[in-house]
Design a protein around this ligand. Structure first.
Ligand code: FAD
Length: 392
């Protein structure tokens, strides 16, 4: 009799991969209809829940698949890119959910973590809402049992649908406190400001928390933990992975168009397709190494931050290059709503906008300037060891 011994990590990876592909395929089919104000992908979120993807980042003892563990980074990368390829809006929402769970697992006290894990298993969608207007942002007011929230969060993906947002709120001493707030669906959200060119189904509107009570069970971590490095900056590799999926979707639409129209053999078209393939692979290589560095407990924190910052810019550049080439190659047809490229381009162009890109680049440049290692040792350990020094 032959016994087949199954590797539990390989089994989990196969199961999660299959779930992400199924979610991505159906999300791609529904994305066109959801490309409108208020078109939140509710069915896709339920699909994520039923396929085990909402709970996947939790450790096994909390009912998950350890997707947030450092050793699972390549799998998480594929899941994020896969979902982003099907629907960038769903990818944005799922990345926010994963980010929230990662912060909760890292910083929340055990009873808070266990209560919130039960909410995840029950199908609540989480998100991270940090962005706010210059005036009227979120703050904690009052003391003890009388503590309440005042103010709003803006560009809050899933506003009105995310029922467990992790938010940052200013404390009376000026420092920022992470809180997870229980919300009822459909309440307190104002989507009228979310009139964006793309990513409409991410419903990234305004949510007004004014008057909501806050108890100790809502607190996640200590003051300013949200900004603790290298995790704050390094976590950007995850949105870069979702962007990668959006770039691959545009690339696939370009290639399909060239195939269908028989224009791919033309040398100009072939050159643009080849350059696009380089851009896609550049983005994938950068995101892969960023994910590895960000999840390596031995990696130097400043090196991780610098590399992830470069990755943000490299992926943005790759996305802009593929967009430019796809629009030039397909021409006006790609700007008609009947063409797949039309929405994919708008979604990608919008989602490439992330905070402080200039700062990310100059921060990485400052690291490179100060580092004495030669170019081959900046981000990788050189394969060839330096020659031994012989005593004379
Ligand atoms: C689809 C989508 C969903 C989102 N969902 C969420 C969410 O769920 N939660 C959340 O918290 N946020 C969310 N955001 C907001 C996001 O995190 C960023 O805040 C937002 O994308 C910033 O975009 P921006 O281009 O205005 O960035 P900015 O940082 O304002 O950059 C704009 C330009 O100004 C430059 N710049 C920045 N600061 C300065 C300065 N001080 N002086 C001079 N120049 C400067 C930048 O380098 C850049 O060139 C979402 C954004 C998008 C696109």
């Amino acid at each position: 009799m032959n016994f087949i011994i199954q590797d539990p990590i390989a089994t989990t990876t196969t199961r999660i991969g299959a779930a992400a592909r199924a979610v991505s395929r159906l999300a791609a089919e529904r994305a066109g209809q959801l490309d409108r104000e208020g078109g939140f992908p509710a069915e896709d979120v339920v699909h994520c829940h039923e396929a085990g993807l909402l709970a996947a980042p939790l450790p096994e003892d909390l009912g998950g698949s350890h997707l947030d563990a450092p050793g699972m980074a390549p799998v998480l990368l594929d899941v994020l890119a896969q979902i982003g390829r099907g629907s960038l809006a769903l990818g944005r929402l799922y990345e926010g959910h994963v980010n929230a769970l990662s912060l909760i697992l890292r910083y929340a006290a055990p009873p808070v973590r266990e209560r919130l894990a039960a909410d995840v298993r029950a199908g609540h969608l989480f998100g991270v809402w940090n962005t706010q207007p210059q005036e009227g942002g979120l703050a904690l007011a009052g003391e003890g049992a009388g503590t309440r929230l005042t103010g709003v969060k803006s560009f809050a993906s899933g506003a009105g649908s995310v029922t467990r947002p992790l938010v940052t709120a200013r404390r009376p001493d000026g420092r920022q406190q992470m809180l997870v707030i229980d919300l009822e669906p459909g309440q307190r959200a104002d989507l009228s400001s979310w009139c964006a060119q793309g990513m409409r189904a991410s419903t990234s509107g305004i949510l007004d928390f004014t008057g909501l009570p806050v108890d100790a069970g809502a607190h996640v971590g200590e003051a300013d933990d949200y900004y603790r490095e290298p995790h704050f900056s390094a976590g950007a590799w995850r949105f870069a992975a979702v962007q990668l999926g959006g770039i691959e979707a545009v690339f696939d639409a370009l290639r399909a168009h060239l195939g269908a129209t028989g224009r791919g053999g033309d040398p100009h078209q072939a050159a643009r397709l080849g350059e696009s393939a380089i851009a896609v692979e550049t983005a994938r290589l950068f995101v892969g190494h960023a994910a590895a560095l960000a999840n390596d407990p031995e990696a130097e924190p400043d090196r991780v931050i610098a590399y992830v910052n470069l990755t943000r810019l490299a992926v943005e550049r790759a996305g802009l290059d593929v967009l430019e080439r796809a629009q030039r190659s397909v021409g006006l047809a790609g700007f008609l709503q009947t063409h797949p490229l039309e929405r994919l381009s708008r979604d990608l162009a919008t989602y490439l906008r992330q905070p402080g890109p200039d700062r990310a680049l100059t921060h990485a440049a400052a690291y490179v300037l100060a580092d004495a290692r030669p170019a081959d040792g900046l981000w990788h350990e050189p394969a060839l060891a330096p020659p031994p020094v012989h005593a004379s």
